[in-house]
Design a protein around this ligand. Structure first.
Ligand code: C2E
Ligand code: CA
Ligand code: CA
Length: 578
């Protein structure tokens, strides 16, 4: 098993090698240099003693005049070999140079061939030069290797680091074979660090790393694995060569089980457990970043739910959960920093006279990115923060509006959205009274929008509350009308002033005749029950024309006004009254 495993791990080693840049010049360049050297040396030897001349452009030139050029060329070959071919190049060069020395010396002594003397000196100098180059090269290589090793190795545990991990993942993706990325995080590691100190924490990390590395090296997990440390108490394990989902699960379970035995550090026993999340290429994700973050999301879910099961495979729903948690955090921060703000969308009657504005919540996160209300309002509803959001918009918009109507002296209306959850809170009525008392908006110019769902889910208590609001003189609007399933008889008893027809009906109105009739019917019923009717999301002239024909009272939509920042809304009001 071990042997087999180490063979299959070759890819991992190859990847590590290639990212640590341990590249040599190709062997064919060595062969070429050697052949070139032999050829040029041969020419030097032949030409040196030759009396032959060659004709160049009609002039006779003795061959030995070229000896210097070829000798320089042969030396360049030697130097290049030493420079680019490490030990092999160096020892070849050294051998061919030293072999020549006795030959030259014997020539000088026995044949009194003194013309070889400069060749001998050049030879000796070349030998010294290549020794210097080689020693220098060895030092540089050693240093480079150390730096490169550090770049891919985690210092504390000696495992490959985060960088090596994503390089390997990218390599595997190129090979296009399936593999799994496991994100592993120790449970309650922080408390070890906090109570026992970082030294002890580090020792625990080293022990965990050793156990997992051994697990990977011995192949006892049943798959071919590669363990890396991502930082802190986070590790990533890459699994290959499995056949089934069970193989994957068993491998991860093996990594879990090697932590079962207690870890003893400085005479203290630690019982360490870890949470594992994993994602598979290519089914769950196709690139390195997503694989890692999806595995992380699964691992985070294990931690969040405090599940007794410590292993979870990624599933797309987790991203939604993650995004919800992220948005929740952003809402909390925005509430703390008071950075939830509002826009005002104008409402008009069909002669284009301003009726008032609907206040709509807006939010930016700490980095200044805009988060759409379509995204954060449902999260606020879900996690119970909607009353705080509502309240902030209600209060700020009412304060602004109070000032505005004082300045402009108009009787236009401010509508605010109140979620059913918020409405059902015991202190909701106090909140409304406080706004009325402090913001300078007369009750008759305030309208509260409640979605139709209030009639279905929350009947009695909500109705009581709504009646009280109405008694204060505040108007009530039924928002998103048509999307719920409220019964006509209930609607008949509902103390509303305004029905807001949902945008989805207005959208369909011009494509189907029945939708037009449906909207006309809602308007008629609204009128029979003594409500005014407003159409939401009107964008086109044709819709406007139809709404006029079928007797709609008001409209709100991009055609006549998008949600505006308060200053813009103020300009609009002032231009109307003048
Ligand atoms: P809503 O109460 O139905 O508000 C109308 C939404 O329709 C607004 O979206 C508005 O910008 C959009 N809209 C208006 N006219 C047009 C149009 O012609 N075309 C299109 N495409 N859209 C139009 P927004 O501001 O994104 O708000 C979305 C929802 O968030 C609101 O729907 C409301 O349910 C909720 N919301 C906004 N502010 C608050 C708040 O302060 N409290 C509560 N509880 N909910 C809020
Ligand atoms: Ca609304
Ligand atoms: Ca609406």
């Amino acid at each position: 098993m071990k042997n087999n495993n180490s063979k299959k791990n070759k890819l991992f080693e190859k990847t590590l090698d290639s990212i640590s840049n341990r590249k040599k010049a190709p062997i064919y360049s060595y062969v070429i240099l050697l052949l070139l050297y032999i050829a040029t040396s041969a020419i030097v030897t032949m030409s040196a003693g030759s009396k032959t001349a060659v004709s160049i452009f009609g002039t006779e030139v003795a061959l030995y005049t070229f000896a210097g050029v070829f000798s320089a060329l042969s030396n360049i070959c030697i130097i290049f070999m030493t420079l680019y071919h490490g030990k092999l190049g160096f020892f070849t060069s050294l051998a061919v140079l030293t072999v020549q020395i006795p030959m030259i010396i014997s020539g000088i002594i026995f044949r009194h061939n003194l013309s070889s003397l400069p060749g001998l000196v050049t030879d000796l100098f070349t030998i010294i030069s290549i020794i210097v180059i080689f020693v220098n090269n060895v030092n540089i290589e050693k240093y480079q290797r150390r730096i490169n090793d550090q770049a891919v190795t985690d210092r504390l545990t000696g495992l490959p680091n985060r960088f090596a991990c994503s390089e390997l993942i990218n390599d595997l993706i190129k090979h296009n074979e399936k593999f799994v990325v496991v994100s592993a995080d120790l449970n309650n590691f922080k408390s070890i660090n906090d109570t026992m100190g970082h030294e002890a924490g580090n020792k625990v990390l080293i022990e965990v790393a050793n156990r997992w590395k051994t697990a990977a090296d011995t192949g006892l997990s049943g798959t071919v694995d590669f363990v890396t440390r991502q930082g802190g108490d986070e590790f990533a394990i890459i699994l290959r060569n499995y056949r089934s989902a069970d193989d994957i699960l068993n491998a991860v379970k093996y990594y879990e089980s090697v932590l079962d035995k207690r870890i003893t550090v400085d005479d203290c026993d630690f019982f360490i457990t870890a949470s594992f999340g994993y994602a598979e290429f290519p089914v769950d994700a196709k690139n390195s970043d997503s694989l890692l973050s999806y595995a992380d999301a699964a691992m985070a879910e294990i931690k969040r739910t405090n599940s007794s099961d410590h292993i979870l495979r990624f599933k797309p729903e987790l991203l939604k959960i993650e995004r919800t948690l992220e948005i929740e955090q952003k809402i909390r921060t925005a509430l703390e920093n008071n950075t939830i703000y509002f826009n005002l969308q104008p409402q008009f009657d069909l002669s284009h006279k301003l009726r008032g504005f609907e206040a709509l919540a807006r939010m930016k996160d700490a980095d200044g990115n805009f988060i759409s209300p379509g995204e954060f309002i449902p999260v606020a509803e879900k996690v119970g923060l909607i009353d705080k959001v509502d309240h902030s918009v209600f209060k700020n918009a009412a304060t602004f509006f109070g000032e505005l109507i004082k300045k402009a002296g108009t009787d236009i209306t401010l509508s605010v959205n109140v979620s059913v959850r918020h409405l059902m809170k015991n202190d909701f009525l106090d909140e409304v009274r406080e706004v009325l008392n402090t913001c300078g908006v007369p009750a008759g110019q305030l309208e509260i929008e409640i979605t139709e769902s209030v009639m279905i889910d929350s009947a009695e208590k909500a109705l009581q509350c709504i009646n009280e609001i109405k008694n204060m003189g505040i108007k009530i609007a039924i928002d998103d009308f048509g999307t719920g399933y409220s019964s006509l008889s209930y609607l008949n008893n509902f103390p509303a002033n305004l029905l807001k027809i949902d945008k989805s009906f207005i959208d369909k109105m011009n494509t189907s005749d029945s939708s037009k009739k449906y909207v006309a019917a809602i308007i008629s019923i609204g009128h029979i029950m003594n409500f005014n009717v407003i159409s939401e999301g009107v964008e086109e002239e044709e819709q406007l024309k139809t709404l006029k024909e079928i007797g709609c009272d008001f409209i709100q939509g991009f055609i006549w006004g998008r949600p505006l920042p308060p200053e813009e809304a103020e300009k609009l009001v002032l231009s109307e009254v003048r």
